[in-house]
Design a protein around this ligand. Sequence first.
Ligand SMILES: [Zn+2]
Length: 172
Amino acid sequence: MSTFTIYIKRKGGEMEAANKAALLLKTYLSSITNTTITGTDVKVVDDGTSPTLLDTDVIVYMVRSVSKSVIAKQGGSVAIAEANEGILGLTDLNKKICEVYFDRMYEGSPKELSGAVYHEAAHILSNMDNAMHKNQDGFLKDAPDYNGSPTTKNQDFMKKHVGKAVKMNGTY
Ligand SMILES: [Zn+2]
């Protein structure tokens, strides 16, 4: 019995959008419980707050733009996001960092923001790079569509991977 929490650590971008995105995400996650994860939650924390993460929790850094990338600050590459404005977020599987870029959400859309957080969480939980997009649809395909809700296929994928020990670092 354990609760899976996604933390959105807001280092930039609008607070209101982050809170609205968290509410949407809560609805999405409510149906991905399995035998080990019996509850789900989403929390927004501000920069300067380092939440105590369970090994199974996920933290997604919300930054204003690619120029504020946490991945880049930690020595990773964000070249593909710099080259493609359609990319709303990135996950570095080696550094175990997920991030989303607020300035790329259409008019600060909480819908897109929640979808982008969901998408990056799926990458880290599954430990899969772009291979994850293969045979996926909705929120988890390449060039995802975050209007609507995650598909059954998306939710089944999350359900399969949630509860894995990802041991992320919430102090960046
Ligand atoms: Zn992806």
